[in-house]
Write a protein that binds this ligand. Structure first.
Ligand SMILES: Cc1ncc(COP(=O)(O)O)c(C=O)c1O
Length: 369
């Protein structure tokens, strides 16, 4: 056995351990299934025009080298205006936006306080700097205030407006008040709120008119916009700071030019999307699951719904049984979610039908009985 093969056996042992714990991740192709899983809440991934514009297919460099263009900058102006912000900076993905922002925004002696259920990309960003870090209990204002009281330096608070694994909403207005009281800067990840909430789909920060009290927002294009990429909105100064310090922005090839056109198109379509149809399906689903007595669902009025199963193997078995009926809803396992809250995550979309929801709910009912 050569050294390469030997190391593969070590990796294989680690994978086997994961498998024995029910935690092995596998790539699956479920494109032909009834979709209760993707983040394409408005069905935009099928709607955005396939660009026929003869633009180059690659950016040829990072934004600071050859990847910048009038098109990229115009797109950022459109986005900033849409979300009532002074400026915007596009990143290649939400993951890169969060890692870039959180890794450079705080310095030694500062403090970042984040909700315990914050997205992995924010956790990874926070880990890359020397600031103090605290977690507060999920959506718990009292615990947040306790952490604010002991925080030092410039304080940042990081939350998601809609939490990705449960679909529940952060109490943004109350969090803003606490941040004001403790002179903390609030950063809101709106990945799952853009397109879904607000009159034009601007997200919850704009819906509640909080944009002047939030230091920065992250909007991703891979969810309701059906595309790829993300943006950080905030002041012109923040934008310039990120251009100079966010390593995931500086050291990565920029998005291809045609993507900016698609992003612009998605932003044009957002105000026209039939959000009421989505809200109606969400209410329909919430009413339907009331008949399932033995399973608790998260308290969510967003397209993300979750049935708490409480066990990795059982949650995975549920996904497999649904797949046998051609329905795709994903099991979310611990440690991605806390032990005991392993769940079936169900995403609702404008293109789902009430009949599909009935079929899904019936299957969950049968399996849980
Ligand atoms: C809350 C949140 N932020 C950021 C991201 C990362 O976004 P992207 O998929 O564009 O990298 C996700 C995606 O899972 C998310 O749910």
């Amino acid at each position: 056995m050569n050294a390469n093969q030997h190391f593969d056996t070590i990796l294989q042992q680690r994978l086997d351990e994961k498998e024995s714990e029910g935690l092995l991740r596998k790539l699956v192709d479920k494109t032909s299934y009834i979709d209760f899983c993707s983040n394409d809440y408005l069905g935009f991934s099928q709607k955005i025009l396939h660009n026929t514009n003869p633009l180059p297919s690659g950016a040829t460099g990072s934004r600071l080298v050859t990847g910048n263009s009038a098109l990229a900058e115009a797109t950022e102006k459109i986005i900033a205006h849409f979300h009532h912000a002074e400026a915007a900076l596009v990143f290649n993905a939400g993951y890169m936006a969060n890692v870039g922002l959180f890794s450079c925004i705080a310095s030694k002696g500062d403090t970042i306080i984040s909700d315990e259920y914050i997205h992995a990309s924010i956790i990874d960003g926070i880990r890359l700097n020397y600031a103090n870090r605290y977690k507060f209990k999920h959506n718990n204002l009292e615990d947040l205030e306790k952490k604010l009281q002991v925080a030092t330096g410039q304080i940042f608070v990081a939350v998601e407006s809609i939490y990705s694994m449960g679909g529940d909403e952060a109490p943004l207005e109350a969090i803003v008040e606490l941040c004001k009281k403790h002179s903390a800067l609030l950063i809101v990840d709106e990945a799952h709120a853009i397109g879904v909430f607000g009159n034009k789909g601007e997200g919850l920060v704009c819906k509640y008119n909080l944009q002047n009290y939030v230091y920065a927002c992250i909007y991703t294009f891979g969810k309701a916009l059906g595309l790829h990429g993300a943006v950080v909105t905030g002041s012109n100064t923040l934008r310039n700071y990120l251009i100079n310090n966010a390593r995931s922005f500086i050291y990565a090839t920029a998005l291809p030019p045609h993507t900016y056109l698609q992003i612009q198109e998605a932003y044009t379509l957002l105000p026209l999307a039939d959000r009421n149809a989505l809200y109606e399906l969400i209410s329909y689903f919430r009413d339907a699951v009331k008949s399932i007595k033995d399973v608790t669902f998260t308290d969510s009025h967003s397209p993300i719904q979750a049935a708490i199963i409480g066990d990795n193997f059982k949650a995975k078995a549920l996904t497999e049984k649904l797949a046998a009926k051609n329905i795709y809803a994903k099991a979310i396992l611990s440690p991605t979610v806390p032990v005991g809250t392993e769940r079936l995550r169900i995403c609702l979309h404008t293109f789902n039908t009430k009949e599909q929801i009935d079929a899904l709910v019936n299957e969950i009912k049968k399996i849980s009985a």
